[in-house]
Ligand binder design. Structure first.
Ligand code: BJW
Ligand code: ZN
Length: 253
């Protein structure tokens, strides 16, 4: 912990990559591992354009339940500590694979009424659960808060073109927004430290972020209760839950 705290304190530029594990202590289920499945289906089966084309009702059922669930969750100590880091350390870029919006909510809470939370808003490389995207005309809108997925007829439709709305998230086989992932890669290239929190680091291209920092001469510090493909590459691997460990390695405000 002491070494990690020093590495964070000494770094000029930090890129932080988070995954589902950072929200686990907020009650948001992870994708892989224990409790990470939904009706015995893997994310690779549900989070695809093919799954939506075949059975939009099934896919919407999953997203509707997650949207409702996440709105009742709150950021945890790891989100708050990372928001403090990003607001207090000008050279920090947060990159998240999560679509739950909890980093944004932590940024707003930490910045307070007079502060500017924007510096602690993450690059959301896999989109946002609370937004809809028209699958016909591409229009983005704030998500319908309660989605009725009980029948095909009740699924949400675009007000402009009547096309089927879908959650504005990135599914397998879909390209990430080039500007968003490009900014994440650029931050990774410039960083002397990549702090990786709560990701299995198996989904690309997001999993390239720490690899890019490493290739550019920077170091990786990982926080995860389990080993990942990054563990052997990391200068330090802290084994445990993010909500307990991350506040201890981020300098006090
Ligand atoms: C804790 C904890 C606690 C628990 N504290 N930690 C072969 C090789 C390389 C790539 C590919 C390949 N075959 C196919 C691909 C490409 C594919 C991919 O990477 N597949 C791999 C699975 C093999 N990637 C894509 O398809 C991407 N697109 C793409 O490549 O496009 C190319 C293209 C270019 C041009 C035109 C067209 C196409 C898109 C990937 C999209 C991923 N989407 C999802 C769903 C998002 C929406 C939603 O939320 O529903 O993103 S899948 C899912 O996985 C989600 C997550 O963001 C992502 C990563 O998961 P994450 O966050 O790591 O979660 P878990 O559950 O895996 O891990 C949690 C971790 O937390 C664990 O390690 C725990 O131990 C830990 N933990 N409690 C700290 N308290
Ligand atoms: Zn439309």
């Amino acid at each position: 912990m002491e070494r990690a705290r020093r590495m964070v304190g000494d770094a000029e530029r930090i890129v932080v990559l988070t995954g589902a594990g950072v929200s686990a202590e907020s009650g948001v289920p992870t994708f892989r591992g224990a409790g990470g499945l939904w009706k015995s289906r893997r994310p690779e089966e549900l989070a695809t354009p093919g799954a939506f084309a075949r059975d939009p009702q099934l896919v919407w059922e999953w997203y509707a339940s997650r949207r409702a669930f996440v709105s009742d969750c709150a950021p945890n100590e790891a989100h708050f500590a990372l928001a403090r880091l990003a607001l207090g350390h000008g050279g920090t870029t947060l990159v998240t694979q999560n679509v739950d919006g909890l980093h944004h909510r932590a940024a707003a809470a930490v910045a307070g009424e007079d502060g500017d939370p924007a510096q602690a808003y993450p690059l959301e490389v896999h989109g946002a659960l609370h937004r809809d995207l028209c699958s016909r005309c591409g229009r983005r809108t704030p998500g319908v808060s309660v989605v009725d997925a009980t029948s095909m007829e009740s699924l949400p439709r675009c007000e402009e073109c009547e096309g089927m709305l879908r959650p504005d998230v990135v599914w397998f086989g879909e390209a990430l927004d080039p500007e968003v992932i490009g900014a994440a890669f650029e931050a990774a290239r410039r960083a002397d430290l990549c702090l990786v929190v709560g990701t299995s680091a198996v989904v690309y291209p997001a999993a390239s972020v720490p690899e890019i920092t490493l290739q550019a001469g920077g170091a990786i510090v990982e926080v995860n209760p389990e080993s990942t493909p990054l563990t052997s590459l990391a200068a330090l691997s802290l084994k445990g839950p993010a909500g307990e460990l991350v506040p201890g390695i981020v300098p006090e405000a």
